[in-house]
Design a protein around this ligand. Sequence first.
Ligand code: COI
Length: 360
Amino acid sequence: MEYTIEITKSKNSRIGEVDFTNLQFGKNYSDHMFIAEYIDGKWQNCRIIPFGDLSLSPASSFMHYGQAIFEGMKAYKDEDGNALLFRTEQNHKRWNISAVRMGMPEIPYDLFSASLNELVAIDKEWIPTQDGCSLYLRPFMFAADEFVGIRPTENFIYCVITSPAGRYYSKPVKVLAADKYVRAFPGGTGYAKASGNYGASMLPLKEAISKGYDQVLWMDGFEFRYAEEIGSMNVFFIVDNVVLTPALNGTILDGVTRDSCIQLLRSYGLIVNETKVDLEEILKASKAAKLQDAFGTGTAASVAPISHIEYKGTVMELPAIETREISNRLKKDLEGIKSGRVTDKYGWISKVKSHISALV
Ligand code: COI
């Protein structure tokens, strides 16, 4: 299906106000944003407009009941100046899985893809090219009924904003295994990229930070023994050259970066076990100096080495980053493919194509 996207260009670009030599994650936003509305059972009023505040009724249902989902993606620029997107189909697939779980309308691929391609095309100059930097794309959708009652929502707003961004983590990450709070339970929303999953993680995160950690390592909700995921990314361990990562069991996110890393690690000839990852075993491996590596993977985080894991009062210290040949190679290859510097054997990359922005 074709969508008409109306474009209103910003009169004054803010690009000169941004210090591209010192980009942080999530602090700056490019000139335009995409919006579409779901009204009367169909997506309509698709438009790209200058980035700015939204005007919403305080009775908008997402503000009260948290019916909202989001995705994270990144655009890079290759050496020839083409803007590149990574695995848009995978993010779209997960988007619709999240939407269905949250009782929200799916977005057809054509609309999802057009929103990203047209927006990135119009703000292509905002794609940073420094090492570790990218244009972070944040599609999100929220319930927009003006109704303070509980009933299935009828109106929704879909938006995409983009942000020139540096690395999410500038140093190795310290994680604290949860022993009291639970992120997700079977039958819940753990596999969806539902905003509320993150909202509920803020108190545990505050507590972890107050103890000197960067993130919570979420554990299973029955025994607090099996690793699930980290607040901002999926998690991997390497013990005796075997890679272990929690299996997709309905309570963790099916990370696009997770899947890409599994494929790359297998291409290196490594065994990757998607399994229940028992922290008691990880602790034993750590004591026997067999825990070679632990790292997180995510769109924002890329491949982020973990330096310390606290589990039930014991702190495991991971080997020095320079010794972590596998995850260092993984990060280099993944970021290389995404930025067009390493050949994409997997068909993961697509060049941004605009059907309309050149006409405006
Ligand atoms: C991403 O990796 O894109 C995410 O959405 C994670 C978020 C915590 C920044």
